[in-house]
Structures are given as C-alpha cells and as structure tokens.
Design a protein around this ligand. Structure first.
Ligand code: 26M
Length: 797
C-alpha cells in the first residue's frame, strides 16, 4: 500500500498496518510499547502531507524565514501533542481502546525528550509550537543529544544522577537526513595569502541533520525542528584496523559522536569547558551553512540576506553564529568586511535570559583562539571598530583575556530582547546600560508565554471541557477569549463545577502519588507546589523554612484551626552545585520528620517528587492550589511555570519578580498573594551591614526553625549536616531569605485564611484562569514577528 493511501485509511487499520509491516509484530503478541510505536507511525503519516505542503508554500511565497537557534529544546512527549493538534484524539483513543488497551498508558509509554535544563529549553519548545500554529515559516536548530538531562533519584534523601537514555527506543518523530551534512573545522591556523585570509583548521567533524516536524494547532501548518548529530568525516580507519589496532580504528567516530553525546546539566552557572564551546560552534556553524544553502537555492545576492532571513539566538549559547556568518561572507564569499558585519547584524537577534553574573558566558581567549582562531580575529576587529566609533564605550566583548558572549551578542544583533517587562528594564539599567546608551532602540521586551495547547488543553482535560462548555470552542488558538469566563464567577453553580474540576484533578494526583510513592495525601488539604530547578535565587529553602516554622507552630498550638496543607517540591540540581544539593537533602530530611509526626498528621505533609520533568509538570500543575514563585526580586528573568499555574487555576504566592509582576497586574492584586522586598529594596538591603543576622534575631519563628536545623532535628546524630546552609542564612544571605521570611509567613497565613473560604478561593482561582489569556506563547511570537523579525504568517487568518 502506498503512503498516501495509508494516510487515508481508517485509523484502526493504519495502526494495525504499521504494527504488522513497519514493526513486524503479530497483534496477538504486541506489547504496549509496540502499540505505541504503531500508533505513532499512524499519526506521523498524517503529519507528513501537511509538513510538505507547508514547506512547499514557504518556498513558493519566498517569504522571510525565521531561524530559532537554541542549545536546548525541552519538548517532552510528542505523541499527544501531535494527536491533539491534528484533532485525532477521539479517533485514536477509540482505536486504541478497541484493541483492549489503556489510552493513558499508551501515551505515557513514550519517553520524555529532555533536551533541555529548564525554562530556556521549554520556552524554545513552546515557541516552536506557536510558530507552527501561527503559520510563521520557521526552523528550529539545535543539537540531537543522545542523552538528555540526567534522571534524578533520591538515595537517603540525596540527589543521585543517572544517565538518561531516550534514544534507546526508536524515535518515530525524527527523519534522518544523511544527505544533509556539513563538514566543520576546528583549531589549526589562519594564514593570509594575496590579501585573503584563510582559516586552515586541523581537525574536522561532520554535522548530520535529523528533522522532526512540528505541527501547529489543527494541523494547518508544520515547521521543521532540525537537530544536528556529530559524525566522523571518515568513520572507520581501515589501515589501523588491518594493523590490528581495533579501538584506534573507530576512534575518529567516537570523538565526533562525543560532541552530541550529552546535554550539559548546568543551568545558571557557567563552566568554561572546551567541549561546551565545541558544541556551541558545531551546531551554530552547521545551522548557518544550512541557512545560506537554503537562501542560495533561489537568490544570488547575499546582500539581500537580512530581507529574507531572521536568526534568533536563544541566549548567548549560539553567539558564535554571528562571527561565523561574517567569516563566510567575507573570507569565503569575498564581501568587504564591514559589509559582511552589516549584513550579519541585519539578520541576527539575541534573547537574554538572565542577569546573574555567574551565568553570563565568557571564554578564556586561549581556549577560544585554540579552537576558533579565525573567529577570535573577527571578534577583535568588530570590537575594535566599535570601540573606536564609540570612545566612551566601557563594556566590550574583549578584554581581561576573555571573550564575553553577552557583549558579543549585543554588538552583533539587530534587536536584543528581555523576557519580561521587569527583566528588560533591568537589562537597560544594569548589564547592558552602557550599550543601551549608545544603541537606545536595540533592546526590546517580549514577555514569555506558554503554549495553551499543551499547558491547558492537553494537560487539563477537565478544565478544558468546562471552558468549552462555557464559552465554546476557539479559545485554544485565541487564548484571550478566556476573558469571557469572567462573568461566570458570579454564578454559584458554575463556580461549583469549576471547584469540582480542581478537586478531581487533585484526586487523580493522590491516586498517582499513592501508586508511585506509596504516600497517602489528604485530598482536602491545600496543594502548595514549587517545581523548578533548584537554585538559591529561587529560594526553595525559604519554602522549607516556612514548612518547619509551620510545623513547629502547629505542634505548639494543636487546637488552633489550621488549614491543612500538602507541600510538594520537584526539581533537579546541577550535579556540581553543592549548595543546591544540600537544599534537596534538607527538604527530604524535613519531609521524613514531619510526615512521621502523629501530632500534625493530616494537617501538614511534605513531598519531594523525584525526577521532575515535563510529564510530571503536566500532572502537578492542574492539581495545584498554590503556585510558589518566591525568587529574590530582580533575579528571575521571567518564569514560565508561574504562567502555567495561573492558567490552570492556581493562585500565586510570589515576589515582584520577572513575569510575576505582569501576572499580578492582569489577574488583579486581590487575586495574588504578594510578599517580599522589591528589586530596588533588595539591592539596598544587601548594603545594610549584618542584614541576615538582624533579620534572624528579629523573627522568633525564623530563629526557631533555623535552631531546629542547627540542632539536628532533621539530621539526628549529625547536627552539622546543614552547617553550610545555616551559616549562609545567618551570615551572608545574598538572596535575602531571612529578610523576606516574616513577610512570606504573613502572606502564607493569608493564604490559609483565604483557602478556608472555599467559594471565595474558587472565585479567585477562576479569575486567574479568565485573566491569564495574555500569557499564550502565540502572543509572544506575534511580538517577535512584529518587533524583531518583521516576518509574516503564511496562513490566511
Ligand atoms: C550555560 C553554560 C554551560 C552549560 C549550560 C548553560 C546554561 C543552560 C541553560 C545556562 C542557562 C540555562 O538556562 C537558563 C534558563 O533556563 N533561564 C530561564 O529562562 C526562562 C525562559 O526565558 C525564564 O523564564 C527564567 O526566568 C530563566 O531563569
């Protein structure tokens, strides 16, 4: 049977056909795994036609193309996304159940593609989905890591890391493109001959493309995510093999494959590792070559590049793409240097995701020059020219023996953007103040967003059904329509349905936790959730200190009317970030003690779920009552988890940081639990001598909580276990945990009080849903298309 016929057949037959002919399995002996693959193939067939139509349309329209370069794409599972966007859900579920299988079990059999660390990678995945939904002709470029982010487990409360192996199973979604390969050079010498500069690298690897189609809502458009894998130029040295040196014979291949072997698990700290820079150049250079190749299929004049091509660099990780483009235009194609720079600057844009100095990438010039000698010269020349043009410029890309990637990205970009209003404002006054003075129009804001298809429609089917019953279809692609829910919060019957959705989601979570962890949660308690990377600035330790203080208070006043609470944590720590790992262990230790205490049984539970990933987020967010967004003001660039929670009817307890500010403005201050210092106040507080010690001494609850840690209540027989955390909190406290504790405690008690009035709570939660439509990544992408890329949709709206 031909492929196009397959796509037309009944879905049930399509699954059986693939089971038999693609997978070679007898239906009588097929396992869940086989059915899942067969289903995926059947779904894939239905993507391919639309994918090809979109690609053809892109060529035909000769429209400007957008290229999103990102070191990370945290996609999670794709099967359900694709089924939902192709509107095959009913058919597919009926077919699978018809074969006697459990629908959820089949969907959950797919491994999570964890090709990212956290927010930055997940944002790239949401953007890919929105680009396809909006019909923007776009390509994502990244690395096809063999191993994504490590798997986390707890051994006696401590984080244990194991390699993640998602590619051990066939990846149905990708298409290998052995013909799409580029050879990339590293190291070597730069020579000048006949006034021409020539880079002669001394070793080479190939980048091989793997394409994954990304389908938009209702399957109207599909774009390509192209991930590069490392391959040797000559995979096998037969001479060495024949000489008996079998290991050496395959050495080149092993080395080349190392480049795309693992995702660096670092997030928010920068480690200048040679392999990391190799990865950065590898995927950036392969992508640039692919972009030029595609441009030259129908254009000859490279000066037209900025009209046809917009390149978005997701953070500075792809920053070498800019000098690479200059090198190709100048060294290889002979354009004058200044023109090559101007063309490049017309194409390239940069998104900044952090102001934390320790996270800003910089490379030792020795290492950089060793690996990319020509690029170093190009960067020097651009930086020098710039410094001459602006003699008052202070922040330069070069100096102190470093290559600073933030500065490099800035000077090479048409537009530079922050990811929330507050963050963009701080970019202008702090890290890029100097540049902003010289180029005042370059920095723009594009507040982050999340795709409503995954983060509401799919992850929360009950709430989605209620929304559709209430306001009809159409909100999935036009999320601001959620505003039409607002009048219904005055309707007691409707509000009751809304509350029952949350209760049912919580009951599901309780079942799952009972099955997976053997822990029985109190479903009537307030579900208080903090899920994100473990980092001092995100202040999971503020949350656990509050848990300790609450536990102590409950024990001291057992007959008070306490609002029962379940505190849920999830998140990974970078393997080398020891303070973060101590926080994990402390949370687990505290959980063990509190959960075993009969005195607070049913009133307070603490649960740390291991291996937080996209799938776990999809389980937890719909079941949350309270969203913890408690970072030190001025430190969280935006946050995107905060948006997902609000959209799913959780109330936020949070600081005025990142996009929390915009969430609070939109949902209304009366529907948001605000606490803590502002960014300006935080900055000022750090200059007060002994601010930490004063804050601790002035708050008996905080003192008692810290005393319990110090005294070994949670580490019996080993009181010193948390000496590091205690010393940090009472002495340095750069992230102002102690300073914000009292106000956090106050806000949490307001939460308790508000939750006791279930109707009032449901009303506030529903208003959060109704007023969060603006946080769709469709809105964000429209902003990029308008303000940064000047790109147009190829779908008739
Ligand atoms: C850097 C060097 C070496 C290895 C890894 C890195 C690295 C990887 C990821 C550094 C930072 C990384 O991610 C930072 C991140 O996720 N930032 C978050 O971006 C989100 C999307 O804009 C924001 O919502 C979050 O506030 C921001 O913390």
């Amino acid at each position: 049977m031909a492929r196009d016929e397959v796509a037309k057949t009944d879905f049930r037959d399509a699954i059986l056909w693939h089971l038999t002919y693609t997978l070679g399995k007898d239906p009588d002996h097929a396992q869940v795994f086989d059915w899942r693959l067969a289903l995926s193939h059947a779904v894939r067939d239905r993507i391919v036609d639309r994918w090809m139509t979109s690609t053809r349309e892109t060529y035909r329209a000769d429209a400007k193309r957008v290229y999103y370069l990102s070191m990370e794409f945290l996609i999670g599972r794709l099967l359900e996304d694709n089924i939902v966007n192709l509107q095959l859900a009913d058919q597919a579920q009926a077919a699978i159940e018809g074969f006697g299988l459990n629908w959820r079990e089949v969907l959950l059999d797919e491994p999570d593609a964890a090709l990212g660390n956290g927010g930055l990678g997940r944002l790239a995945a949401c953007f890919m989905e929105s680009l396809a939904t909006l019909g923007c002709p776009a390509y994502g470029y990244g690395i096809r890591y063999e191993h994504g982010l490590f798997r986390q487990s707890f051994v006696e409360g401590r984080q244990h890391e194991a390699p993640e192996d998602w590619l051990r199973q066939p990846n149905v979604w990708e298409f290998e493109r052995p013909e799409a390969r580029f050879t990339l050079g590293f190291g070597g010498q730069v020579t000048v001959r006949d006034c021409k500069t020539l880079w002669q690298p001394d070793h080479f690897v190939q980048a091989e493309a793997f394409d994954t189609p990304v389908v938009g809502w209702q399957g109207r458009w599909a774009n390509t995510l192209r991930l590069w894998a490392g391959r040797a130029v000559d995979p096998f040295d037969l001479d060495r093999f024949n000489a008996g040196d079998f290991a050496a014979a395959a050495e080149a291949e092993a080395l080349a494959r190392t480049i795309s072997r693992v995702l660096y698990p670092e997030d928010s700290t920068e480690k200048g590792k040679r392999l990391r820079l190799t990865q950065e150049y590898f995927f950036s250079a392969a992508s640039i070559r692919d972009i030029i190749r595609r441009f030259e299929q129908d254009h000859t004049d490279l000066r037209l590049l900025p009209q046809r091509v917009a390149i978005q660099m997701n953070d500075t990780h792809p920053a070498v793409a800019a000098p690479e483009l200059v090198r190709i235009l100048h060294d290889e194609r002979g354009l004058p240097f200044d023109e090559a720079v101007e063309i490049t600057r017309g194409c390239v844009n940069y998104t900044n995701h952090t102001l934390l100095p320790e996270a800003l990438e910089s490379w030792d010039e020795g290492l950089f020059g060793d690996l990319l000698p020509r690029h170093l010269q190009i960067i020097d020349r651009i930086d020098d020219q710039d410094a001459r043009a602006h003699p008052d410029r202070r922040n330069t890309a070069r100096g102190d023996g470093k290559v600073r990637m933030g500065e490099l990205s800035f000077i090479m970009s048409h537009r530079v953007n922050g990811v929330s209003a507050l963050h963009t404002g701080l970019m202008k006054t702090t890290v890029f103040a100097d540049q902003n003075r010289i180029w005042p129009d370059r920095i723009v804001n594009e507040t982050n967003g999340v795709t409503p298809r995954r983060w509401l429609h799919s992850c929360n089917p009950r709430l989605s059904r209620l929304i559709t019953d209430t306001i009809g279809e159409g909100w999935t692609a036009d999320l601001e329509r959620l505003a039409e829910l607002a009048p219904f919060v005055e309707d007691a019957g409707w509000l009751d349905r809304f509350a029952r959705v949350k209760a049912a989601n919580k009951a599901d979570l309780c079942d799952w936790v009972a099955r997976e962890q053997g822990v029985m949660l109190n479903p009537d308690a307030l579900f208080d959730v903090q899920i994100k990377r473990i980092h001092e600035y995100k202040r999971q330790h503020l949350n656990i200190l509050e848990a300790i203080a609450l536990w102590q208070e409950m024990r001291a006043h057992p007959s008070d009317d306490w609002t029962p609470r379940v505190k849920i944590f999830g998140g990974k720590a970078a393997p080398g970030y020891f303070f973060a790992k101590d926080i994990i262990r402390l949370i687990n230790d505290v959980a063990a003690v509190i959960n075993a205490d009969a005195a607070t049984n049913g009133k307070l539970q603490v649960l740390y779920l291991p291996n937080y990933n996209v799938t776990l987020a999809e389980r937890l967010i719909p079941a949350a009552d309270l969203s913890e967004q408690i970072s030190t003001a001025g430190k969280e660039a935006s946050g995107t988890g905060n948006m997902k929670f609000a959209l799913n009817g959780a109330l936020t307890i949070g600081t005025l940081d990142g996009a929390n500010v915009e969430i609070r403005d939109l949902v209304g201050p009366e529907n948001f639990f605000l606490f803590g210092l502002t960014a300006d106040e935080a900055e000022a507080r750090r200059t007060v001598p002994d601010h930490a010690a004063h804050a601790v001494a002035g708050d008996p609850r905080l003192s008692r909580a810290i005393e319990a840690i110090r005294g070994g209540t949670f580490s019996p027989g080993e009181p010193d276990r948390y000496a590091g955390i205690v010393a940090n909190l009472t002495q340095a406290d750069y992230f102002l945990v102690a300073s914000d504790f009292a106000d956090y405690w106050r806000a949490q008690r307001e939460v308790d009080f508000a939750y006791a009035d279930r109707k009032g709570w449901a009303r506030m939660a529903a208003l959060n849903v109704a007023r969060s439509g603006w946080f769709s990544s469709d809105r964000t992408i429209r902003g990029y298309m308008r303000d940064i890329w000047e790109a147009e949709s190829l779908l008739d709206q």
